[in-house]
Design a protein around this ligand. Structure first.
Ligand code: SF4
Ligand SMILES: [Zn+2]
Length: 462
């Protein structure tokens, strides 16, 4: 299911054909729309819509343009409306220093008051922010908005702003501008953790290409999902699962999903082998995020036994859907060498190539050369190197083994590259890492290929 997390279907642009618009949304797989009322009139319109359509929910609040409308009567009315079942968010509220339709000090004062109401009524906040980023973030922090969380709607900032939004625990709303030429959004959107975004239209405004210049509508969320999938190198179904999961847990308070031991992403089945690692990379999502990846909960409490891993893979394999089985985890699979060998032996019968994702510490951990045991089972190995030299590696990957780990990884890479396995060596383009130097180092090793991976603001995996 896809969700349009920001729509204005009450506006006159939809007067003539709203039922057809809703029908098209449902045919495009949009299972829910959050309609946003931003002034007394659009709040009325929004409430009428949620009463009529089961798939429409409401956010309501007073937009910064209308901040001068704020008064005790309006506040009282909003408090009453916040008690309604289908009113699930507070907004859109915020600051707009671009159009400055209300005095800035009034905007700030009304923004603070409404954050207070959102907290009191436990409603996530839908933020409108134009040319006022620093003030918006400061006020949200000062007022404790982290407690309810929320969505930065129509996000238009860069990396710095995205990191601040994520630090605050808010989600980033991605819409049609993702498809515009000259937009900076694609760069930011590829670096977001998969647990950090929701999709939106802001219809009737901001339609994605090729509908630019016309009216936007919820069905076009599917276009944004396709584009985001393309940019992030995943399937549209992965974006759909991640964005709706992010939305549902924020807006409907859905509980965590059960832990996934095996999960499908792109055309691969991933096996979540372990959560313990001999590195502590600065960019690792393990222990620093909620371990949610594209809507899957990867938060292993104990390492799954062999029979559970085999059953989990068998449970999701569907003929023709996947092209490989990948042994990975937010941890180091070769620390469970016996278990991965037995699991690989049990899964061989499927005829799919088996790949091992590793930090290259396997020989150090097992105190012998394990490459011969691996090449008997795995046809591919991906090794994270992440740095072109010992100093950078030690600083970034923070290995338990200290300085000697880098040489051990290089030795492992040389042996793996000389084996029957296809050997891919990766480095995350973390700020300060000389990716080209890492590439040169890897490409000097016969049989090894290099791939740069995108640094995600709070997690490298996926
Ligand atoms: S990124 Fe990989 S190697 Fe680094 S700490 Fe996380 S799981 Fe271990
Ligand atoms: Zn809006």
């Amino acid at each position: 299911m896809l969700v349009d997390s920001h729509a204005h279907l009450n506006m006159t642009q939809f007067d003539a054909d709203l039922p057809a618009v809703i029908e098209r949304a449902s045919l495009a797989g949009i299972g829910e729309m959050l309609n946003v009322g931003y002034d007394p009139e659009s709040i009325e319109g929004t409430l009428a819509l949620v009463d009529e359509y089961p798939t429409i929910y409401a956010a309501l609040g007073i937009h910064p343009h209308n901040a001068t409308d704020w008064n005790a009567d309006l506040e009282e009315k909003i408090k009453q409306l916040l008690l309604r079942r289908k009113v699930i968010a507070y907004g859109e509220i915020g600051l707009d220093y671009y159009r400055d339709l209300s005095p800035r000090d009034t905007q700030r004062e009304v923004f603070r008051k409404q954050i207070g109401l959102a907290l009191r009524f436990k409603k996530p906040i839908v933020v409108h922010c134009r040319e006022a980023f620093d003030d918006v973030i400061r006020i949200l922090n000062e007022e404790g908005a982290r407690e309810t969380g929320g969505i930065f709607h129509a996000f238009s900032g860069g990396d710095r702003e995205a990191e601040k939004v994520l630090d605050l625990g808010f989600l980033i709303g991605i819409g049609g501008t993702l498809t515009y030429r000259n937009s900076s959004l694609p760069g930011v959107a590829t670096r977001l953790p998969s647990s950090a975004f929701v999709l939106e239209t802001d219809c009737p405004y901001l339609p994605p290409e090729p509908h630019r210049g016309k009216r936007n509508e919820p069905a076009y969320v599917a276009i944004v999902a396709e584009r985001l999938a393309e940019l992030r190198g995943v399937a549209a179904a992965d974006i759909e699962r991640a964005s709706s999961d992010n939305y549902m847990s924020l807006l409907h308070g859905e509980k965590e999903r059960p832990v996934s031991v095996a999960y499908g992403l792109r055309k691969s089945v991933y096996l979540n082998v372990t959560a313990s690692c001999t590195n502590d990379c600065v960019f690792c999502a393990r222990l620093r995020s909620n371990n949610q990846l594209y809507g899957y909960n990867l938060n292993l409490v104990v390492d799954p036994p062999v029979d559970r891993m085999v059953a989990a893979v068998n449970g999701i394999l569907a003929p023709g859907r996947f092209e490989e089985i990948v042994f990975c985890g937010y941890g180091e699979p070769t620390a469970r060498l016996k278990a991965i060998k037995e699991t690989a032996d049990a899964l061989r019968g499927h005829g799919l190539p088996l790949r091992l994702n590793t930090n290259g510490h396997g020989n150090m951990i097992n105190r012998r050369d394990i490459v011969p045991e691996l090449e008997e089972r795995f046809s591919r190995v991906s090794i994270s190197l992440n740095a072109p030299d010992r100093g950078t590696y030690t600083a970034i990957c923070r290995p338990d083994a200290g300085e000697k780990a880098f040489d051990a990884v290089l030795d492992f890479i040389r042996r793996a590259a000389a084996s029957r396995m296809e050997c891919m060596v990766t480095a995350v383009d973390y700020p300060g890492v000389d990716i080209e130097a890492a590439r040169r180092l890897v490409e000097s090793i016969p049989g090894a290929r290099f791939r740069a991976r995108k640094y995600h603001f709070t997690g490298a995996s996926g």
